[in-house]
Design a protein around this ligand. Structure first.
Ligand code: FES
Length: 141
């Protein structure tokens, strides 16, 4: 698997949604991944015309940050803000710029737009979620 920042090949692209569904500074798409082998959530949003993707996990306390499902931006739609204690992150690099996140940053995903689709690329640390296992049918009477 390629590492963040490395050139990406189309074969590893994980499709998310049509690019047009991610409006500038609008609601993010939240999706399931595995981070270091464990289930986690990630999100992608558009800011200054560019898709940005991160693990939905605050650097202060490892909890999900959206204040409503898919809503990560502050009132001015300038920063990503954690709904728990108000840590703020600049969207381009995910660096903490205020609040209790100190010098930490969000865990970034490689995201891109290919042929009108938003997609992300797995890395050594972040892999696609495992398929849901269907419940076994009840035994015959
Ligand atoms: S958990 Fe995010 S600011 Fe505290």
């Amino acid at each position: 698997m390629a590492e963040p920042g490395a050139p990406q090949d189309a074969a590893s692209a994980q499709p998310l949604c049509p690019s047009a569904d991610l409006a500038e500074r609008g609601r993010a798409l939240v999706f399931d991944v595995r981070l270091w082998g464990q289930p986690a959530r990630a999100f992608v949003l558009r800011h200054d015309g560019v898709l940005r993707g991160y693990i939905n996990r605050c650097a202060h306390v490892p909890v999900e940050m959206d204040w409503q499902p898919g809503e990560f931006l502050d009132a001015d739609k300038r920063f990503i803000i954690c709904a728990i204690h108000g840590a703020t992150y600049e969207p381009a690099q995910g660096r903490c710029v205020g609040g209790p996140c100190g010098r930490s940053k969000l865990i970034a995903l490689d995201v891109a737009e290919r042929d009108g689709q938003a997609c992300w690329y797995p890395s050594r640390d972040v892999q696609p979620a495992l398929p849901a296992v269907a419940a076994a049918p009840p035994p015959p009477p």
